[in-house]
Ligand binder design. Structure first.
Ligand SMILES: [Fe+2]
Ligand SMILES: [Zn+2]
Length: 458
């Protein structure tokens, strides 16, 4: 993309639902808040001080930030709160610092339920009816169509672009709308053409079990673009796409002990072209976030190194990989599609596995053009456009590591009103440590001088 104009007209916290604030007062190390809708909540005073984004404190989104957590000590307290200006709360701290907060921002954080989390829409062979299809011309020229395709990628991890010209330049042109193209050892945009002296399996005519690409890298490709130039209709080579999140959930339900092995123990993948490259990475085949939700899949049977697991675990691990292989080879779990020239299949390589049936190389030359864009580049494009086209979706959490009952939130339901920094006794949050040597602690005034940040870093 990134010919998208700047868009600072949207309020930063538009996504946060919240009632205006009726009153605020200090309550020990907490700040009690009364919302106009009758709910009450409490914030951590330190959290509130750190939420200041005045010119002096700077702001964390741009990174031009001058206040650090070490500048706000445990004894911080507010002298006064003023809620008389609609939509705004003004706090004067004991050192005289004045903070202005957007009341909607504070009310949005007072619910205690945390940010909205993205829910992937799982699919199997039924994707045919649901697959998002977007025309090349519209994706290139119209930001809103681009946004709709990014939304499809968020939800299904896969989308189809149609009417893409066969020129090399068109692959990069459309892919570049989704983020910067990642250069790999194969180049930026590379051609996969079936040929007798194949260097990688993609260049042969043999069938390929659905897999994710390059699991042997510490950070495998994010989104992959397959641009069909020539496909040789009738010669085979049907694309087989599998939703790795769906398959992982099947394993979690049917064989929880095998699911657990793939989420808790590392598997080693490797790739060596002698004298040129030697990649090797140990990683979880199924990645979970702290809440136990699946956030990533990494699996390619052709790159599995001989594993180093202890004897008592190795057979279980192999059986888990065998079960995963059976599931991704099951046609019920596959979306099958014969790519046509001009189509581009875009998919999240850390969620969707891709493969293909064998084809007859004597009947046709198969030519795909491919490139990669990092997952965070695509998600950044999504959030940036969501600010314009669907503000409520811009701050939805996509694949972040986050605790199920985050100590920050205390795990209390909305209405009972624990904002950030809930009661330690109820949350398991560590009790405040005893003061260290001399009880030196930054509390606002002169905080920079008294904090533990050395002066040359100021
Ligand atoms: Fe591949
Ligand atoms: Zn400030």
């Amino acid at each position: 993309m990134l010919d998208t104009p700047k868009h600072d007209s949207q309020p930063r916290h538009a996504a946060l639902q919240g009632a205006p604030i009726r009153a605020m007062r200090a309550e020990g190390a907490r700040v009690a808040v009364e919302l106009a809708d009758g709910r009450s909540a409490r914030f951590s005073t330190r959290w509130l001080r750190l939420a200041c984004e005045c010119q002096e404190c700077g702001d964390t989104a741009s990174g031009k930030r001058w206040l650090t957590p070490a500048d706000v000590g445990k004894a911080i307290h507010a002298e006064s709160f003023d809620v008389s200006t609609p939509g705004q709360v003004t706090t004067i701290w004991q050192d005289g610092h004045v903070s202005h907060y957007d009341a909607a921002f504070l009310a949005g954080h007072a619910g205690g339920s945390g940010p909205v989390r993205f829910q992937p829409q799982l699919w199997h062979s039924d994707l045919t009816a649901r697959l998002g299809r977007f025309a090349f011309d519209a994706v290139v020229a119209d930001d809103e169509t681009l946004f709709q395709s990014l939304r499809a990628l968020r939800d299904h991890g896969i989308a189809m672009l149609t009417g893409v010209p066969a020129e090399t330049e068109a692959t990069a042109r459309v892919a570049g709308r989704y983020g910067p193209i990642r250069e790999t050892s194969y180049g930026k945009v590379f051609d996969l053409i079936s040929r007798p002296d194949a260097r990688v399996a993609g260049e042969t005519a043999r069938a390929q079990i659905p897999h994710t690409d390059e699991p042997f890298r510490y950070s495998p490709p994010g989104f992959i673009f397959f641009h069909a130039i020539r496909t040789g209709a009738g010669s085979g080579g049907t694309s087989l796409m599998v939703d790795g999140f769906h398959v992982a959930e099947l394993m979690r339900t049917r064989t929880p002990e095998l699911f657990e092995l793939l989420t808790r123990h590392g598997v080693t993948f490797h790739r060596e072209h002698e004298g040129e490259v030697f990649f090797s990475a140990e990683a979880h085949v199924i990645s979970l976030d702290a809440a136990g939700a699946v956030t990533g899949i990494r699996y390619n049977d052709r790159c599995l190194a001989p594993q180093w697991a202890p004897l008592e675990r190795i057979d279980g691990l192999i059986e888990a990989l065998a079960e995963l292989t059976r599931l991704i080879c099951d046609p019920q779990n596959q979306f099958r599609h014969q790519l046509q020239p001009g189509e581009v299949l875009v998919f999240d390589n850390q969620r969707v596995l891709h493969g293909r049936s064998a084809f007859d190389p004597t009947l046709a030359v198969r030519h795909l053009r491919s490139c990669n864009i990092d997952r965070d580049g695509v998600h950044s494009a999504f959030r940036t456009l969501a600010r314009r086209f669907a503000p409520a979706e811009a701050e939805v959490v996509l694949y972040l590591q986050r605790a199920p009952t985050s100590p920050l939130w205390g795990g209390r339901s909305a209405g009972s009103g624990e904002g950030p920094g809930a009661d330690p006794a109820r949350t398991g949050f560590l009790a405040p440590a005893k003061r260290g040597r001399g009880g030196r602690e930054a509390v606002g005034e002169g905080a920079a001088r008294r904090s533990s940040i050395p002066s040359e870093l100021r």
